[in-house]
Design a protein around this ligand. Structure first.
Ligand code: PEP
Length: 271
């Protein structure tokens, strides 16, 4: 039985005061859940503030990104060790808003500038390995673009991302890994992926993990769905065989709506 997870990705929202308020709110509505893991991922500058808020609660903290070297001349970057010492237990790796889709800034669509940070399958793997080596738990994101789905390439894209992400990661390490299927066209758009289709792709992710690391690792792996998860659609998603939780952007920015999602995750453990 896989323990459900509800993870909030606050993206580039909430200064330190707002992050404290939101984290306190999440602790109040979701801080003592037993049957689900609850994760909040604030910006890097709010990590120490949020760490104080979630201390002694069941809410864990994650970072939104990391760099794979431990220290050195990497202006603007933050290492796994630094995140750990700031109180992180988890770190997102390869969120679609960090995966590079364009060769240069000029090639980027004006509406899609978030996709210029340049993560590739190879750097996502390096980040996940660095996280594991330091004792952090990576939440590895994958998912297809709208154009890839329309071209019928969803499965090919997702399978390639999963195989690349797992390079040099052992079966033992996988106990500390979470995957998140996040179809890019469903993120922040209000357009949720149909539950059966999300479940099918999450099942494909599990089958791909089985092919690389064996059935038991795949069976134990928690696979989340992300993309416009909200209180009014979470129940149907959580009822799906291969969906073990949610990675949530917009609806994680209000303690009440995130609390509802956490309660749905908790309830799914009983069902
Ligand atoms: C996300 O940030 O990973 C996400 C899925 O965002 P949203 O829930 O707003 O679609």
């Amino acid at each position: 039985m896989r323990k459900p997870v509800m993870a909030g990705n606050w993206k580039m929202n909430c200064d330190s005061d707002e992050a404290r308020e939101l984290a306190d709110g999440v602790v109040a509505v979701a801080g003592q859940v037993e049957a689900a893991d609850v994760i909040v991922c604030p910006t890097a500058v709010a990590l120490t503030t949020v760490a104080a808020s979630v201390k002694n609660s069941k809410v864990a903290m994650g970072a939104q990104n990391l760099f794979w070297e431990a220290d050195g001349a990497y202006t603007g970057e933050v290492s796994a060790q630094m995140l750990l010492s700031a109180g992180c237990e988890y770190v997102l790796c390869g969120h679609s808003e960090r995966r590079g889709r364009f060769g240069t800034l000029d090639e980027a669509d004006a509406d899609d500038l978030a996709a210029v940070f340049g993560d590739t399958d190879a750097t996502v793997n390096r980040k996940a390995r660095a996280a594991l080596a330091a004792g952090l738990k990576p939440v590895i994101c994958c998912g297809e673009l709208l154009a890839e789905r329309q071209a019928g390439n969803t499965d090919e894209v997702v399978v390639a991302q999963i195989k690349a992400a797992l390079c040099c990661i052992s079966a033992e390490d996988c106990a500390n890994v979470i995957f998140a299927y996040e179809p890019v066209w469903a993120i922040g758009t209000g357009e949720v992926c149909d539950g059966d289709e999300a479940n099918r792709v999450c099942g494909l992710i599990r089958a791909t993990i089985a092919g690389v690391l064996g059935d038991q690792v795949a069976e134990d792996m928690r696979v989340l769905y992300g993309g416009s998860v909200k209180p009014d659609n979470v129940e149907g998603l959580m009822a799906m065989e291969h969906i073990d939780g949610g990675l949530v952007g917009g609806a994680s920015l209000k303690a009440d709506s995130f609390g509802d999602l956490v309660k749905a995750a908790e309830a799914s453990a009983a069902g």
